[in-house]
Design a protein around this ligand. Structure first.
Ligand SMILES: *Cc1c(COP(=O)(O)O)cnc(C)c1O
Length: 374
């Protein structure tokens, strides 16, 4: 429908073959592919444990559960995120406390605003690494230490991003990753929970599979013949068909990130002389996965932004808004606070297309069209 979609899969023969091979193996639920994926992902992150789950939302839910977050506890969250970040807080009946983002150029949760929102009930902070660009983890970890609170990293955008030599998702207590269909690497629906803490990992393994002490694959292999149930768990397992897809995609991650960085540089050059837009993370010092390419309109409002998006659509260019602010959703009415930077950004942000197979000419066309519209 669109000449240039917002996102396009980087799938080829390899994904088809990996799925077929798994189907023909006749082991389709969690098994060898998922184990291999976990092993490789943990190695890639340089972390002790990576536990595959159905999606990142499940990983976030488990993270809060494992950390003992419960009814009445407060969790500080960004509002400029996908709603799942905040829904996870509600799953454990805790209270989401929204903090603003840092600036129009940096959409990361603002450590200064986090600190003003810490109370005796605050139990955790969820740091979401927007677009794959790292939050100010030094300051967030300092706050966590000072006030004795946990840090969960929502690294859904950041499977290969870094901060001071560490991979994102490995700095806080638990990191959560997504393999949803529009993420850097994807198996349609999938996620990963990463941690260096042995106890948390043990708990994650239990909770993703009904709280059972042994799994069907182990029993099929003869490693176990019975099981006990020792926790009230969930069914958050990844199946081995998705495991095969994710493994194949994981092999393309390095190349994907390299290509996206190149495409970002082309965007920066093509958009250089447009006065009315803000380019984000211009001097960001760390490696980013460049999950998306967002811009913010200057001196604008929501009607103007929507008109510009409409014109881009008429020129065949699909765009998005990342994100509608969570604190404005109906179900979060009760938790609403003033977040002036988030509110301006959510009304004036446009996400331009960015994906592995996007071409230089397409970026030139998008940039030229945008310049003309403005
Ligand atoms: C995609 C996304 C999620 C949810 O991931 P799923 O795998 O779809 O559950 C959570 N947080 C952020 C920031 C996301 O972009």
């Amino acid at each position: 429908m669109y000449k240039i979609p917002l996102f396009d899969l980087n799938y080829s023969k390899e994904e088809e073959e990996a799925v077929l091979k798994t189907l023909r193996s006749k082991w389709i639920s969690m098994g060898p592919n998922v184990s291999k994926l976990e092993e490789e992902f943990a190695k890639h992150l340089n972390i002790k444990h990576a536990i595959a789950v159905t999606n990142c939302t499940a990983a976030l839910h488990l993270a809060l559960k494992i950390l003992g977050i419960k009814e009445g506890d407060e969790v500080i969250v960004p509002s400029l995120t996908f709603v799942a970040t905040v829904n996870a807080v509600r799953y454990v009946n805790a209270i989401p406390v929204f903090a603003d983002i840092t600036s129009y150029e940096d959409f990361s949760i603002d450590p200064a605003d986090i600190e003003t929102k810490i109370t005796s009930r605050t139990k955790a902070i969820i740091a979401m690494h927007y677009g794959g660009f790292a939050c100010d983890m030094n300051r967030i970890m300092e706050l966590a230490k000072k006030y004795n609170i946990f840090v969960v990293e929502d690294a859904a955008h950041a499977p290969d991003s870094e901060y001071n030599g560490n991979k994102l998702g490995t700095i806080g207590d638990i990191g959560c990753f997504s393999f949803f269909s529009n993420k850097n690497i994807t198996c349609a629906e999938g996620g990963m929970l990463a941690t260096n803490n042995d106890e948390y990992a043990k708990k994650a393994n239990l909770l993703r599979a009904h709280g059972m002490t042994s799994l069907s694959y182990e029993r099929a292999k003869g490693h176990a013949t019975k099981y006990d149930v020792i926790e009230l768990g969930y069914n958050y397992r990844m199946d081995d068909i998705r495991g095969a897809l994710a493994l194949t995609q994981f092999k393309k991650l390095k190349e994907d990130v390299k290509k996206r960085e190149k495409l970002r540089q082309i965007y920066l050059k093509e958009l250089e002389n447009i006065d009315n837009i803000i380019i984000l993370y211009k001097n960001h010092p760390y490696k980013s996965t460049n999950y998306i390419f967002p811009i913010v309109l200057k001196n604008s409002n929501v009607e103007k932004r929507d008109r510009i998006r409409q014109k881009l659509a008429e020129a065949g260019i699909q765009t998005s808004v990342q994100y509608p602010a969570v604190h404005r959703f109906s179900i979060y009415e009760k938790y609403k606070v003033d977040l002036p930077i988030t509110e301006y950004v959510t009304d004036n942000e446009i996400t331009l297309p960015l994906f592995y197979n996007l071409t230089t000419n397409e970026i030139k066309y998008i940039s030229k069209t945008l310049r003309n519209i403005l």
